[in-house]
Write a protein that binds this ligand. Structure first.
Ligand code: PMP
Ligand code: GLU
Length: 397
């Protein structure tokens, strides 16, 4: 079969691939505990589900405006004002099939083939692929534990060239859990304004922060930064609505207008029923969000405690999102039954076979020394799975 050059370069999303592998093993009757899936385990709040059911019964089953129905875009404006102190009009909002598509639509408007997109690593798996699909070049800015996996303003300044189209900034971060402070963002914001680059901020984990960490939206720091930024968010993580596929971005009217025009030729519009459910999610109280975050906080502690005995593993504790991203390179080169585990992929394979636990290898996130564990799993799964994983690591010679 003839394949386009672009499609030939795109493999299945590394996070989704792990989930698919777990599904396959389970279908074969294997018991596997998954720390792969990046989605809250709680059900979607019942009132939100009811709003979806009412939407079907009430006939909200037809095409909507391509960038999302007006009432949802209004509810998103209210949310951005209430939670982030950001003023937008509904024509500045584009609703897409999940934050994943919203990021792509925002990038599609501003990235030309051959241009560079700055990407702090470790990064979420879909960013470099989306940039490549557009013909752009992902330009990685490496970070590690020494700066809490965050880029500095100096690093950003040194990475910008006349060929830079934009920066993608994800805080709280998937996979590292890093959360940028207001001061760090102010320093980054200065570089953004002096260079004139644009920014796509992925804020999908904004509600999931621990301890003293607080989410700050870069765009909220000044009207000038707001103009330069597309703020991406959605209902997937905060309201446990990953399957409903509703995300959005907010930006300058022209940016939103261009993306809406593109989307009108791609997906047409986001799912009408899901849009009605998302209105309910955004307008109702935040009780379910607070409860979910307190559960994640507890599981985070549980996970950190259980990982402590793994001597060759080191972990920078996450300040947000629901992922731990330990450095597992201390186990590379160790062996099991004569087979040497050379890298993160081999180690992930060993942990599925030996311990029955699925993790996502770090290479997909641009960081092959690490592996990602989602703690959006039940307390029991965390207890059993992490013990089993630590025991398996201890057996490596
Ligand atoms: N950004 C990040 C950092 C993510 O982890 C995810 C994964 N859910 C998304 C965007 C996409 O979210 P959605 O499910 O709304 O498409
Ligand atoms: N974002 C989640 C993750 O990183 C869900 C899977 C995906 O969309 O990549 O695991």
């Amino acid at each position: 079969m003839k394949q386009s050059q672009m499609s030939g370069k795109v493999g299945l999303s590394e996070t989704i691939a792990i989930d698919e592998k777990v599904k396959k093993l389970r279908a074969e009757g294997r018991r596997v505990i998954s720390f792969g899936a990046g989605q809250p385990d709680a059900p979607t709040p019942p009132e939100v589900c009811e709003a979806g059911i009412a939407a079907i019964r009430g006939g909200a089953t037809k095409y909507t405006s391509p960038g999302g129905c007006l009432e949802l875009r209004q509810a998103i404006c209210e949310k951005l004002e209430r939670d982030n102190g950001l003023s937008y009009r509904p024509e500045q909002i584009v609703v897409s099939a999940g934050a994943k598509q919203a990021i792509f639509m925002a990038l599609a408007v501003i990235v030309d083939p051959g241009e560079d997109v700055l990407l702090p690593a470790p990064y979420w798996v879909s960013y470099p692929t989306q940039i490549s699909i557009l013909g752009g070049n992902p330009r990685v800015i490496p970070t590690d534990e020494r700066t809490g996996f965050k880029i500095t303003a100096e690093q950003l300044r040194a990475s910008i060239t006349p060929n830079t189209a934009c920066l993608i900034l994800n805080s709280p971060s998937n996979p590292t859990g890093a959360v940028y402070s207001r001061e760090e963002l102010e320093a980054i914001g200065e570089v953004v304004l002096e260079s004139g680059i644009q920014v796509v901020t992925d804020e999908i984990y904004e509600r999931i922060v621990f301890g003293d960490s607080a989410h700050v939206s870069l765009a909220s720091l000044s009207p000038a930064l707001q103009k330069k930024t597309a703020v991406v968010n959605g209902v997937s993580k905060a309201y446990s609505m990953t399957g409903w596929r509703i995300g959005y971005f907010a930006a300058e009217p022209e940016w939103a207008e261009r993306a809406t025009a593109l989307q009108s030729h791609l997906s047409g519009n986001p799912c009408s029923v899901s849009q009605e459910a998302a209105i309910e999610a955004l307008r109702r109280g935040d009780a379910s969000v607070r409860e979910m975050v307190s559960v994640f906080g507890r599981r985070r502690e549980q996970l950190l405690d259980l990982l402590r005995p793994a001597e060759r593993l080191s972990l920078c504790p996450p300040d947000g999102a629901f992922y731990a991203f330990p450095d597992v390179s201390g186990y590379f080169g160790r062996s099991t039954g004569g087979t040497v585990l050379e890298d993160d992929l081999a180690l992930a394979g060993y942990l599925i076979e030996e311990a029955g636990v699925a993790l996502v290898p770090g290479s997909g996130f641009g960081s092959p020394k690490h592996m990602r564990l989602s703690f959006a799993a039940s307390d029991r799964e965390i207890e059993e799975g992490v013990r089993s994983m630590v025991a398996a690591l201890g057996k490596l010679a």
